[in-house]
Design a protein around this ligand. Structure first.
Ligand SMILES: [Zn+2]
Length: 458
């Protein structure tokens, strides 16, 4: 077991901000104080820098099959990129395909991560078919630390569940303590609009967005919350993008319902305008839900500031333009859905949120680490800087700038949606369970060093 002393930094949690030293013994934080003098195997001077709890990204899709191809990052390249960006924990999605058990899906995804992940990871379970047996499996998975389940109201015939199945799954979490995460878009309406657009010869990438109206997200968000209300359980809306959906969450929270939602950097920094880029460039931004009108960004920032939105995750699901996004060059509905983001979240949100005064530094930590840790059963092991917590620590330089781009980033994808954008506020040193895994520009971690996290129930 080695020891590490981080000196002179400004320690920031969701509630605190003070100058101090952090002493790490083995894989946990041991002592916090001022002018600590204990001998350590390594000492890092963090003067002028922030000492933050490692980022927690609860929405990633590594090594995920979609439309005949696989997302471009596997658990090794994806978690290395996450680490460079200051994220030390991910929660990815294991998919139950029709006819399969949840356990089969879980084992499949455990194997994908095993020996590869460089940071700690957990899984949400995607349920695409619900039966009595699957409901029993939900209970068993909760006991094994897979305490959240994702359901889809979109992608009919592939992922979509009907309202009865959604309601049954919600009721089940009332007994087993799990949490339901919802992809809230009205899949039936979208399917009709997609077929209609294609029949009219509208095949360009922008029609992906034009066939997924904001109201389809608003309607499904409202329905998801209403179903959870009738079941008497909390609900977590994933990748909320539309003002119409935020209104539904806000209204529910105002009535005292335990409705939670995350948004993602792409909805805060990109907009529908990106689909109007020339040629096939719009395909870079094909994701679901789609990018929304620019005015929506301010609404989402306000939701983040006032706690109507509780987390910022990435929905990292990268596909290369070459050979992957190209699958939809003559038909937008065949473009693999998703974009890279696992590495750029912390710097984008710091630069665009904290530096502009939209959110406080504490709120930044809360949205990117503490709150997702609490919602998904990882707190206080993760999500804060406190004695006894895992030593997942980011030393963050608020003054250094970098230009985002495919040349400088580590995600295994041939474009970046923020290409050329300059951000101020960059990860300096990243520590995962007491080990330095990113030292300046250099990755010093090891494939397979990340562990599966058994998460607790609410
Ligand atoms: Zn997703």
């Amino acid at each position: 077991m080695s020891t590490l002393l981080i000196r002179n930094g400004t320690i920031v949690t969701a509630t605190d901000l003070y100058k101090g030293d952090v002493f790490v013994d083995g894989d946990r934080i041991s002592t916090i104080g001022t002018a600590l003098t204990m001998p350590a195997d390594r000492s890092i001077d963090a003067a002028g820098k922030y000492v933050l709890p490692g980022g927690i990204d609860v929405h990633t899709h590594l090594d995920m099959p979609f439309g005949g191809t696989n997302s471009a990052d596997d658990f090794e390249s994806g978690t290395i990129a996450a680490a460079h960006g200051g994220t030390t924990t991910i929660v990815d999605f294991a998919i139950q395909y029709k006819g399969q058990t949840l356990h089969h899906a879980w084992e499949t995804w455990m194997q994908k991560a095993e020996g590869k992940a460089v940071i700690d990871y957990g899984f949400h379970m995607i349920i695409t078919e619900l039966s009595d047996q699957v409901e029993q499996e939900m209970d068993a998975l909760v006991r094994q630390g897979v305490t959240s389940f994702k359901l889809f109201m979109a992608y009919p015939g592939v992922f979509m569940l009907d309202d009865a199945s959604i309601f049954r799954a919600l009721l089940r979490t009332g007994q087993n303590g799990g949490t339901i995460c919802m992809h809230a878009e009205n899949g039936g309406v979208i399917d009709v609009l997609v077929k209609k657009a294609l029949a009219e010869g509208k095949t360009a990438p922008k029609y992906h967005a034009l066939t997924r109206p904001a109201r389809a997200e608003g309607e499904a968000t409202h329905r998801a919350i209403a179903l959870a209300e009738m079941a008497g359980v909390p609900i977590y809306i994933v990748h909320l993008s539309a003002a119409e959906a935020l209104e539904m969450v806000t209204e529910a929270r105002d009535r005292g319902l335990p409705a939670y939602a995350e948004t993602c950097p792409q909805y805060l920094f990109l907009s529908y305008d990106n689909y109007e880029e020339p040629g096939f460039e719009g395909a870079k931004y094909v994701m679901s839900p789609p990018l929304r009108p620019r005015e929506t960004q301010d609404r989402l920032w306000r939701g983040l500031a006032f706690n109507d939105l509780q987390a910022i995750s990435t929905d990292h699901c990268p596909f290369c333009m070459k050979e992957q996004k190209e699958l939809g060059s003559g038909d937008f509905s065949k473009i693999p859905n998703g974009a890279p983001g696992i590495e750029t979240r912390m710097s984008l949100v710091y630069d665009g949120g904290v530096r502009t005064g939209r959110i406080s530094l504490n709120r930044f930590v809360e949205l990117t680490s503490t709150s997702p840790a609490k919602i998904f059963g990882l707190f206080p092991r993760k999500g804060t800087i406190a004695p006894g917590s895992d030593a997942d620590i980011v030393i963050f330089d608020p003054h250094r700038s970098m230009r985002l781009g495919v040349q400088t980033l580590h995600m295994k994808v041939d474009y970046n949606p923020y290409e050329g954008r300059e951000v101020t506020g960059v990860t300096d040193t990243v520590i995962s369970r007491g080990k330095v895994i990113v030292d300046g520009e250099t990755f010093t971690g090891r494939a397979g060093a990340g562990s599966f996290l058994k998460r607790s129930t609410r």
